[in-house]
Ligand binder design. Structure first.
Ligand code: GLU
Length: 370
């Protein structure tokens, strides 16, 4: 079984029902402070932490005096806008007690699917982690075009975990985990402690989503588990309705672990090399070829040719001077920009393009040797 104290990059998803009191719409500060204490301990152990949090709508609706019950899309969006600042401020304050900085990222599911926005969202996330700040992420509800459903953040957190190459995703929820049968139908149903693959048999255990449930039910959690484990990230579902909810997992509180199929780096390389259709070719000289073989990034200086129609973030093939494919990777520049900086020193990029982009044409994390 994986252990939280062995994680090196963790995404923690917090459901509205944990953070916000359903009766008065207030933030449960003492619970949040206990979570912040746990997060601080994990960070002291060398783990990087990313938070995906719900709660904007639950907080905002009180401030707009909206009636209880299901909201129309535009009212949900107004509530999210009214609640989001208060939500992030609560994290800022709770983590600030430990001198930990926070930063807000509002994403849509598309940001993690569309590679151009994805590459920017990922760069921001990596920068923040490098500066020791905790990214606090929610869905950008105001621009969501679909109905905002509870459970969206389960999937968003899995996509964030995949994007960030996290090794562990924790879904803090109001259930202990996955039961063999729906505990509302069968209170004696046993909890499943470990899931090695999300098979149809496991999916059948998720039961149906009931209207009025405060969470997306097990269905969205299993979708999240599928995304996370394929991306090399373990996932755990645990009941967060306790003080110090992360410590509780470490101390052996019953929960369900979904075991990753690979490690995040391996899964990412498989994704780049196998799943993406290349839309261009970069030809490099012998020096760059040798550097790539030593595990280095591809710099513009070693590029002798650019072909194809690609945009920033697209997958491209890298070929050696003899025209043989040597690698595949995600390119940090569009075709036009790549052509302008090909063969040039990285220090020239700003002068040539008029903006300061990345030094690497393809960063080694985004590159897989063929
Ligand atoms: N983004 C919504 C909010 O912050 C919650 C969506 C969800 O719970 O999955 O209120």
């Amino acid at each position: 079984m994986p252990r939280l104290d062995q994680a090196s990059r963790i995404v923690i998803k917090i459901g509205s029902s944990l953070l916000v009191d359903e009766h008065d719409g207030r933030i449960r500060r003492s619970w949040l402070h206990s979570l912040a204490d746990d997060i601080t301990l994990m960070r002291k152990g060398g783990c990087e932490v990313v938070i995906v949090t719900s709660g904007a709508i639950a907080i905002g609706r009180r401030h707009l005096d909206l009636p209880p019950g299901r909201l129309r899309l535009d009212d949900s969006q107004a509530a999210a806008a009214a609640g989001q600042a208060r939500l992030v401020h609560a994290y800022q304050e709770a983590l600030g007690r430990h001198d930990t900085g926070t930063a807000q990222l509002l994403l849509t599911l598309d940001d993690t699917e569309d590679r151009r926005r994805y590459i920017n969202a990922l760069n921001t996330l990596n920068r923040l982690l490098k500066y020791g700040v905790i990214p606090v992420i929610n869905e950008n509800d105001t621009i969501a075009t679909h109905e905002i459903r509870f459970g969206d953040n389960d999937r968003l957190s899995a996509r964030v975990a995949m994007m960030a190459s996290a090794d562990t995703l924790v879904l803090l929820s109001d259930v202990d985990g996955l039961y063999e049968r729906d505990p509302k139908d069968d209170p004696d149903a046993p909890l499943v402690e470990q899931v090695d693959a999300v098979t149809p048999r496991i999916e059948a255990m998720a039961g149906r989503v009931r209207t009025g449930d405060s969470s997306g039910g097990m269905k969205t959690k299993l979708i999240a588990a599928g995304i996370a484990t394929t991306a090399g990230c373990h996932m755990v579902i645990s009941n967060g309705h306790v003080q110090h909810p992360l410590r509780a997992i470490l101390e052996g509180r019953p929960c369900t672990w979904f075991i990753a199929k690979d490690n995040p780096a391996g899964a990412r390389k498989r994704w780049i090399a196998g799943s993406l259709k290349p839309s261009g070719t970069i030809t490099v000289d012998a020096g760059a070829h040798a550097a790539l073989n030593r595990g280095r990034s591809l710099l513009p200086a070693g590029v002798t040719g650019v072909a194809g129609a690609f945009r920033k973030g697209d997958a491209v093939i890298v070929e050696g001077p003899d025209g043989v494919e040597i690698a595949r990777g995600l390119i940090a520049y569009s075709r036009d920009d790549a052509e302008s900086i090909a063969g040039q020193k990285s220090s020239e990029i700003e002068r040539l393009l008029g903006y300061r982009g990345r030094e690497e044409l393809i960063h080694r994390d985004d590159l897989v040797l063929s």
